[in-house]
Design a protein around this ligand. Sequence first.
Ligand code: DC
Length: 228
Amino acid sequence: MAGKKIYSVAVDGPSGAGKSTLSKAIAQELGIVYVDTGAIYRTIGLYVQRKGIAPKDPIAVAAILPEIQIDMKHGEDGLQHMYLLGEDVTTQIRLPEISMYASDVSAIPAVRDFLMEMQRSIARKQSVIMDGRDIGTVVLPDADVKIFLYADLDVRAKRRCKELEERGTPKPFEVVRKEMEERDYQDTHREIAPLQPAVDSIMVDTSDMGFFYARNLLIDMIEGSVGL
Ligand code: DC
């Protein structure tokens, strides 16, 4: 790479579009940091679940935010480890029931405000590829490259089923498909920072793309846009 310019890549899209798998691989190839912002919302969702609080109750959720300390560290294994009050919760936040908790709490304005500076400060310090739902629209509106990944619902649900199977927590396709549809609807229709493509994002439909094809395509786009 010529020079030491700090740049940022925003990757948004619905669940199962390939955001995390592709972003992780791209980060490795380009030698930049991958930030999975969904994991941060999941960490708050986990805390709310443990406290027995209704995740859609904005007052109750906002009230416990000052108690929450979240840390993020990138381990030697390349994994983004999430810490909740010092406890490594990287595995727990991936439990399927936490997905909806994360989506529920993420619709609460106080939660989004709470996390905004944390996400922005990471991107100020180093080059990042950050994935989520509102990275190109709200968190990093000046990102050098904005990518919006999407794919057919059936394809996304199939990918999620495969992932769940590999993790040893399989679920029937129809259940996964329905849950995914509900969560995407909720993330797209909330009032604050809904999932939507930034006007200046590059739209990429990954439905018929294999992993390597998609990875190389996105790397070419990023290198072209950033001038690497
Ligand atoms: O990317 P994920 O599926 O792990 O994210 C979990 C939930 O967090 C998702 O349903 C919506 C919310 N989220 C968000 O609102 N904004 C982000 N930037 C990332 C995630």
